[in-house]
Ligand binder design. Structure first.
Ligand SMILES: [Zn+2]
Length: 276
């Protein structure tokens, strides 16, 4: 059977539902807002409803206990693939934790694509474990991913690769899929990232049939992992073009859901190609 037949099961309406829910159910997902724990509980419940055991990863920052949300699909004996996205949001004033910050493109879209991967791959045998991480504190400076990356390193975890999804809903004119290549940081893991990006490029061309552009790895949750030597890549459509970036106007009507669907198709093609 065609290895990529699962791509036809990707549901655009799931992205529309998830982005709308995350962007409207709470006025903000700011990590220091009073909604933090309710949002964490919601994300855990979503994993559980798909049949996963979900756990919280707690860390301390700014005198508060904060949380990331994790789930893992078992498989094989190699190091896990870590698929991650930040669930927090911000608006114009980062210091106003209760002010409206719907964060539809940034980054309800990444969370929605991650959930769709969890749903579709739940019972697909893979040769390595697939771990899902939803991080908080990204907007303040990668708090959640920094804490979690340090814990992985301390445990001596051999993660096969880290794949980050951030802002996957606002295309350029050509609707290019933006691939992130590690070109800086520690040098030892750069070549492996370039190999992954070449694989993504090939899959975009032959399976997804959408053009691509390459950006450097920067300013999102893969950075703390990169700095600890892990191999990283991701999809991230270039925040500076998005007119509603970090604004209270980052609402679901600004998201191009056909583009989100293409980003999800490439993510799924990559995971199947790499791990099936
Ligand atoms: Zn973001």
């Amino acid at each position: 059977m065609d290895k990529y037949v699962l791509l036809t099961k990707i549901s655009r309406s799931n992205f529309e539902r998830d982005v709308k829910e995350l962007a409207t159910r709470w006025p903000t997902r700011h990590t220091l807002s009073k909604h933090h724990l309710a949002i964490v509980a919601h994300l855990e419940a979503r994993f559980r409803a798909m049949g996963y055991r979900s756990t919280r990863h707690a860390y301390e920052h700014s005198g508060k206990q904060l949380h990331n949300v994790l789930a893992q699909k078992p498989g094989g004996s190699g190091g896990a693939i870590l698929l991650c996205a930040h669930f927090d949001s911000r608006q114009e004033n980062l210091g106003a934790p209760e002010s409206p910050a719907p964060g539809a493109n940034d980054n309800a879209t990444g969370v929605a694509v991650l959930f769709e991967m969890a749903r579709l791959l739940k019972d697909v045998p893979l040769r390595v474990p697939l771990r899902f991480a939803l991080f908080s504190g990204e907007e303040q400076g990668l708090w959640g991913s920094t804490a979690y990356a340090a814990e992985c390193k301390k445990r001596g975890e051999k993660l096969t690769l880290v794949f980050n999804l951030d802002e996957v809903g606002y295309p350029d004119r050509a609707k290019s899929l933006f691939l992130d290549r590690d070109e800086g940081g520690v040098p030892a893991n750069n070549a492996a990232s370039a190999t992954l990006v070449a694989r993504l490029e090939a899959l975009a061309k032959t399976v997804v049939k959408v053009p691509t552009k390459i950006d450097p790895v920067e300013a999102s949750d893969y950075v703390p992992f990169e700095q600890l030597g892990y191999v990283v890549t991701g999809l991230y459509e270039g925040e500076y073009r998005y007119p509603h970036y970090h604004k209270s106007t980052d609402t679901p009507d600004k998201v191009d859901f056909a583009y989100v669907t293409d980003m999800a198709r490439l993510t799924l093609a990559f995971l199947l190609d790499y791990a099936k």
